[in-house]
Ligand binder design. Structure first.
Ligand code: MLT
Length: 261
């Protein structure tokens, strides 16, 4: 998708459509292009702001480690620059970790937030070790081999076999990620705290979307925390990547959530 360059920040972003503002954050070794099948379905009703997060896409990828807070602060600075006051902030996976950090510190800038195949739980000890190994691997080999090996596991098994174009697209976006960016972000995810309390204590409406076959953020983890204003959806037959595996259904859930606010 066509990016704009922020005037003051080392951030590129997509800005399409008109209406209430929905900010869409991508996952690890993704980019704004992770939302390329969703934006066309939303832009008639909403203004979609879709940044390349720190270290990803066409945004800067300085040496890390990064923090999830830094990524959320980049989103805040972009909204300030665009003079946008309140938004609905939705994040896919690592983008969801970022949305939670934003909701924790800047709730006054949100009318709602949501996690798409994400969770408020932190990494366990084994997960933290894997992050360190991923950071070392992508620095050593580049992101290509990691993306090629991992992406099939992000799709439901049946979809990984049948959705060749979608899988190749996800791998292609991964390959474009700079090693420093991916390493910095892996270490940021490793350090993220438990943010279940952010959801439980929030007065804001929360959208939680999970894939029935997601091995990274399965429904029990995706729904580990809720508040009295939570909308939950399980998309059947989908893994971690409904953005590619079931874009129509995901866009429908997002649109009906935002329209009801
Ligand atoms: C992502 O898609 O952002 C990652 O799979 C998240 C994670 O590894 O926790």
């Amino acid at each position: 998708m066509q990016r704009r360059q922020s005037q003051q920040l080392p951030i590129r972003y997509v800005d399409r459509g008109t209406g209430p503002v929905v900010v869409l954050l991508h996952g690890f070794v993704g980019s704004a292009d992770y939302w390329e099948r969703i934006v066309p379905l939303l832009e008639r009703h909403f203004r979609c702001i879709v940044p390349d997060l720190l270290g990803h896409g066409l945004s800067d990828a300085p040496d890390g480690p990064y923090t999830i807070e830094q990524m959320a602060d980049g989103v805040l600075q972009l909204l300030d620059e665009l003079n946008i006051d309140r938004v609905v902030l939705l994040g896919h996976s690592m983008g969801g970790y970022t949305a939670l950090s934003f909701a924790e510190r800047y709730p006054e800038r949100l009318s709602a937030f949501g996690l798409i195949h994400s969770m408020a739980l932190p990494d366990d000890a084994a997960g933290r070790e894997k992050r360190t190994a991923v950071a070392e691997r992508v620095r050593r080999e580049g992101v290509g081999p990691f993306a090629e090996q991992s992406a099939p596991n992000w799709f439901a098994p049946e979809n990984a076999k049948s959705m060749h174009a979608e899988l190749e697209r996800v791998i292609g976006i991964g390959r474009e990620t700079k090693p420093e960016g991916a390493a910095g972000a892996a270490l940021a995810m490793r350090e993220r705290p438990d943010r279940t309390g952010v959801i439980r204590d929030s007065k804001l409406p929360v959208l939680l979307v999970a894939g029935s076959e997601d091995g990274i953020a399965p429904p029990d983890k995706a729904f580990a925390a809720e508040n009295g204003r939570t909308t939950r959806h399980i998309i059947e037959g989908v893994g971690h990547m409904s953005l590619f595996e079931a874009p129509q259904e995901l866009a429908r859930h997002i649109a009906s959530f935002v329209e009801r606010l």
